[in-house]
Design a protein around this ligand. Structure first.
Ligand code: GNR
Ligand code: NI
Length: 178
């Protein structure tokens, strides 16, 4: 199966607002499988479609290994996910992003969120997400709205990160397919 290329800062596509999926068909399911494989290989605990250059409201995630190294895979497929409500309680967690490689920072977010989405069969689902899953889903839904975790940092730190990646992109010639 094809592993997809993950786009990184300063790629402007990361700032696009992704469009909803109209029907969950076999093409969408094939894409979900490719996204999941790409996420596992990266490795990461979540991936939004825009990170592979596709501006659609599609997310995959699997936090099982993050919580217990020996856990079996437990993938989730979310289409058109929406946050219905957030807890008043906030929590600070260290975040990273496959589109901002090797940079980590603390971000404060609601501790729990209720999320509605379509599963890979196109069936409407609702879940109460807590812990790492809650953080991950908020991070992924932000991607669908063109938002990155560095947007929660001070302008100084955000600009430093963007500058570092912009400089790096100028020094590294564009990747060519072998
Ligand atoms: O792999 C990832 N780890 C992570 C850690 C803390 C909070 C969010 C994440 S998501 C990230 C993968 C990614 O970039 N998803 O968009
Ligand atoms: Ni990310």
């Amino acid at each position: 199966m094809t592993k997809l290329d993950i786009i990184t800062l300063p790629d402007k596509k990361l700032r696009l607002v992704s469009d909803p999926v109209e029907t969950v068909d076999d093409d969408v399911r094939r894409f979900l499988d490719e996204m999941l494989e790409t996420m596992y290989e990266a490795p990461g605990i979540g991936l939004a479609a825009i990170q592979v250059g596709v501006p659609r409201r599609i997310v995959v995630c699997d936090v099982a290994k993050r919580e217990d190294e020996d856990a079996d895979p437990d993938p989730m497929f979310l289409i058109n996910p929406e946050i219905l409500s957030s807890s008043d309680e906030r929590v600070v967690r260290e975040e990273g992003c496959l589109s901002i490689p090797d940079y980590f920072a603390d971000v404060e977010r609601p501790d729990e969120v209720r999320v509605r989405y379509l599963d890979r069969d196109g069936k409407r689902q609702e879940i109460d997400a807590k812990g790492v899953l809650a953080t991950c889903l908020q991070h992924e839904i932000d991607h669908l709205n063109g938002k990155l975790f560095i947007d929660y940092l001070s302008k100084l730190r955000r600009d430093m990160v963007i500058r570092k990646f912009t400089k790096q992109a100028k020094q590294t010639p564009a990747k060519t397919t072998v």
